[in-house]
Design a protein around this ligand. Structure first.
Ligand SMILES: *Cc1c(COP(=O)(O)O)cnc(C)c1O
Length: 236
């Protein structure tokens, strides 16, 4: 059995190599440890390995874990699964960033709550770059109007864009998804009145993070390569 610490150092070495190949500074790329479905022992190992950003896709599961790890004040939690408006209050109790913003209704619910609490939240606009109907996220052509619609919601700090590439062995098809997100980023940076910095691209997972880095990823979301295959049901 390979330890999480060993796997993490291998993933970091691969990130560094991918950055060098792309003539990028490795400090520009954050490694998010996707801890969904894993229980406290695995999270302890991840923390001990120096991982400080954990990604979770379900609010109740994440809220419980965040509570268990509340004394680790340098640990940040990212929500990478679809967020329902009725779970906004609970999500905001622990989440430092949301990678799946894809509706104005959700933006409004988040902003209202954040304004009440006098704080802000880092958000990523999720884009469906593969045009697969089963995937959530905005169609690329909807994104400009969408971000302009975010203007009233001043508690949302729009950091950038997020995508899941097409699930395929075809590297060209996967790379095309990442290229589409990077192209959108360029357009948004030039769009008058668009709120946010668009300095972040959240893309790349276990099977494709090096390719994502070649296309400009600033946050890669890695689960299985760090922790092995996920258990079928969430571990409590
Ligand atoms: C599960 C998940 C990941 C991590 O996938 P791995 O293949 O385990 O690296 C990344 N992003 C999202 C949105 C996920 O749901």
């Amino acid at each position: 059995m390979t330890s999480v610490a060993e796997r993490a150092s291998r993933v970091r070495a691969r990130i560094d190599a991918a950055c060098r190949a792309a003539r990028r500074d490795p400090a520009e790329v954050r490694l998010m440890a996707v801890t969904k479905t894993h229980g406290p022992p695995v999270l302890e190992e991840a923390y001990a390995a120096g991982l400080r950003l954990f990604g979770e896709n379900r609010v109740p599961e994440a809220a419980e874990k965040a509570e268990q790890f509340a004394d680790r004040t340098d640990l940040a939690w990212a929500l990478i699964g679809h967020l329902q408006t009725n779970k906004v209050a609970r999500a905001l109790r622990f989440a430092a960033e949301l990678h799946t913003l894809d509706s104005l209704r959700l933006a409004e619910a988040l902003d209202r709550r954040l304004q009440e609490e006098g704080r802000s939240l880092d958000v990523f606009v999720q884009v469906n770059t593969s045009a697969e109907p089963a995937k959530t996220g905005l169609a690329p052509e909807e994104v400009e109007a969408f971000v302009l619609g975010l203007r009233p919601f001043s508690a949302l700090r729009v950091r950038g864009l997020m995508t899941l590439a097409v699930f395929s062995d075809d590297q060209d098809a996967v790379g095309a998804c990442f290229a589409r997100l990077a192209e959108l980023q360029r357009r948004l940076r030039q769009l008058d009145g668009a709120p946010g910095s668009y300095d972040e691209l959240s893309m790349g997972m276990s099977g494709d993070f090096e390719l994502a880095i070649a296309h400009g990823a600033t946050t890669v979301r890695v689960g299985q390569t760090l922790f092995g295959a996920r258990p079928a049901a969430p571990v409590r």
